[in-house]
Design a protein around this ligand. Structure first.
Ligand code: SF4
Ligand code: SF4
Length: 306
């Protein structure tokens, strides 16, 4: 067995130095409750037509199925909370997380930098990084690592950072000290459930993704405009309503990650700019954004439908 060192603290200090907002560590013990919930969610078809969510199920709650000798799960969080908003004349709304650079790239680069820094000090350790990868239950692992709780809107909420956070999970064969679980602080609140315009949060922690505006604008591949016109209430990429209403997002710091600072060119767009958007401008404007992943035709149809 590798030496049990207070490497956990070293990892947390290094993560902090690199600008991560939070770092927690958990045992790789299988997430029994979370995977039971996930399996039922899939069998109830609450994931709509997102076929990739049906893959890799056996490994999602059991990291040893990915990295055989996993001894610890490390979770990192990074706030993307912007301190500026879209133009009031924009009319069409984009989820906050997509206003800056693509989080897959930013978070992965940062995690790889963390690992490279750790490897200078800790020899022969194995690390495996996940950012929105569909390989593991990232929110559940972040909660197990003590970085927050899963709110009734099914998102990770951190007491200091709120829920506008990206998550990165790292599996390692290092034997580290584990953090305590975080209490659930939703209490009697149900603001997200009653405010969701699509009634997608059907009961606490039960999201029907196929009704969710984020699903309709990102995952649903249909570009048929006649279908569902007006359904997305002005949202053309994602939706923030159940987060904007959450009291835990009332007083939270703005992101300190420059990669997540909203693109000023995007913030400036008016309703007319969106309506006149052509493919060339799309490519230029969304070059570094997660929005480019859905492609021009889908964004255009979202605009026409919204
Ligand atoms: S993202 Fe929007 S549509 Fe989806 S659950 Fe939240 S409020 Fe409802
Ligand atoms: S709005 Fe209320 S119920 Fe929903 S996640 Fe936030 S605290 Fe929990």
């Amino acid at each position: 067995m590798k030496e049990r060192i207070n490497t956990g603290q070293f990892i947390k200090d290094t993560a902090k130095k690199l600008g991560f907002d939070g770092c927690g560590i958990a045992s790789p013990k299988v997430l029994e409750k979370d995977i039971a919930y996930y399996n039922k969610w899939i069998s109830d078809r609450k994931h709509g037509n997102i076929a990739y969510l049906e893959k890799n199920i056996s490994q999602k709650a059991d990291p040893t199925k990915i990295l055989k000798n996993t001894k610890s799960v490390i979770a990192l969080v990074q706030s993307y909370n912007p301190d500026v908003k879209q133009n009031t004349e924009a009319h069409y709304k984009i989820a906050k997380y997509a206003l800056g650079n693509d989080y897959h790239v930013v978070m992965k680069n940062k995690a790889n930098l963390l690992i490279a820094t750790l490897q200078k000090k800790i020899k022969n350790a194995e690390f495996k990084v996940f950012v929105d990868s569909n390989s593991i239950l990232e929110k559940a692992w972040a909660a197990r690592c003590g970085l927050g709780w899963i709110g009734k809107n099914t998102l990770l909420i951190n007491k200091e950072l709120g829920s506008y956070v990206f998550i990165c999970i790292i599996l390692t064969d290092l034997d580290l000290n584990y953090d305590e679980l975080h209490e659930d602080h939703c209490g009697n609140c149900n603001a997200c459930m009653v405010t969701c315009p699509a009634n997608a949060i059907e009961s606490p922690h039960q999201l029907n993704a196929s009704k969710c505006l984020a699903y309709l604008t990102i995952e649903d591949k249909s570009t048929e405009v006649a279908e569902g016109k007006g359904k997305t209430k002005g949202w053309i990429y994602g939706c923030d309503i159940c987060q904007d209403i959450c009291p835990w997002n009332n007083v939270i710091p703005a992101t300190t990650e420059t990669g997540f600072v909203p693109n000023p060119a995007l913030l400036k767009l008016t309703k007319k700019d969106f309506l006149n958007l052509d493919e060339k401008t799309f490519e230029k404007l969304f070059k570094n954004s997660a929005i480019k992943r859905i492609g021009f035709a889908k964004l255009k149809s979202n605009i026409e439908k919204a």
